[in-house]
Design a protein around this ligand. Structure first.
Ligand code: CAA
Length: 257
């Protein structure tokens, strides 16, 4: 499948989606979202792929929803067109998605990074939800995710002012897993993705689902989901192989089943 607003590639068991609208700092227009969702689906279907990296350029992960495309829309337009509904697609991807963020991750760009399973940031990364400065509020999950991940006071301060935070502040808040020099960003994200992709894919999918439940379910439901998930894994060949390999002091040969 050929795309115009993204680039895709594979590195062994890792699928890479690179947002690629350099003239608009990777602003997220309808075509880009459609293409990104198609690429996510392609990697989700590809049984050789065990992890996905979502990234942009050294200057911008993405500077938000495309303001040119939104400017003249009315409420009737956004309701009838189900504006932003297809932004939720990433939430249904079972394989881990790692955001590798350099430069601006603003508005919808930050929201997509927050929707990923973890974020590696370059030292020049700038995160923000500046929507109020252009007369709207975050609509891609930012009000909910930032409040849950960073706490109410920080989310309110960021969202009510639209200010940006740098990579160091994002790391202190636990929003990003690690900060690396910009020239090492892809290499580090790839190393992380490769490490995950080498493990049993159904086990990793179960682990991802269980951690995400911590943010979506009450504690009792999350704990029940976790317990049910670990029970299910005992029927996998990969559970038998992983434990046998440990006891036989050899590397496991996972077959993703
Ligand atoms: N939409 C459309 N075009 C954008 C864009 C966006 N979100 N962000 C940047 N661009 C375009 C600019 O219009 C400019 O295009 P031209 O060269 O044709 O004029 C080009 O990208 C480069 O941008 P700047 O000249 O502004 O670059 P800069 O280095 O001076 O500033 C910036 C960079 C601070 C990121 C600035 O571009 C900016 O503030 N962008 C908008 C950020 C924003 O408000 N994002 C939120 C969007 S709303 C949203 O995302 C809603 C939601 O939750 C779903």
């Amino acid at each position: 499948m050929s795309f115009e607003t993204i680039l895709t590639e594979t590195h062994g068991k890792v699928g890479v989606i690179r947002l690629n609208r350099p003239k608009a700092l990777n602003a997220l227009n309808g075509q880009l979202i459609t293409e990104m969702n198609a690429a996510l689906d392609g990697f989700e279907r590809d049984t050789t792929i065990g992890a996905i990296i979502l990234t942009g350029s050294d200057k911008a992960f993405a500077a938000g929803a495309d303001i040119r495309e939104m400017k003249d829309k009315t409420t009737a337009d956004v309701v009838a067109g189900k504006f932003l509904a297809d932004w939720d697609h990433i939430n249904g991807i079972r394989k881990p998605v790692i955001a590798a963020v350099a430069g601006y991750a603003l508005g919808g760009g930050f929201e997509f990074a927050l929707a990923c399973d973890t974020i590696i940031a370059a030292e020049n990364a700038k995160f923000g939800l500046p929507e109020v400065t252009i007369g709207i509020i975050p609509g891609g999950g930012g009000t909910q995710r930032l409040a849950r991940y960073a706490g109410k006071a920080k989310a309110m301060e960021m969202i009510l002012t639209g200010r940006m935070m740098d990579a160091g502040e994002a790391e202190r808040l636990g929003l990003v897993a690690r900060v690396v020099p910009v020239e090492k960003l892809f290499e580090d994200a790839l190393a992380l993705a490769e490490k995950i992709a080498a493990l049993s894919h159904p086990v990793i999918a179960a682990a991802k689902r269980a951690v995400n439940a911590a943010f979506e379910e009450p504690m009792s439901a999350g704990l029940a989901l976790e317990r049910n998930a670990i029970y299910q894994l005992f029927d996998l060949d990969d559970q038998k192989e992983g434990m046998a390999a440990f006891l036989e002091k050899r590397p496991p040969q996972f077959r993703n089943r």
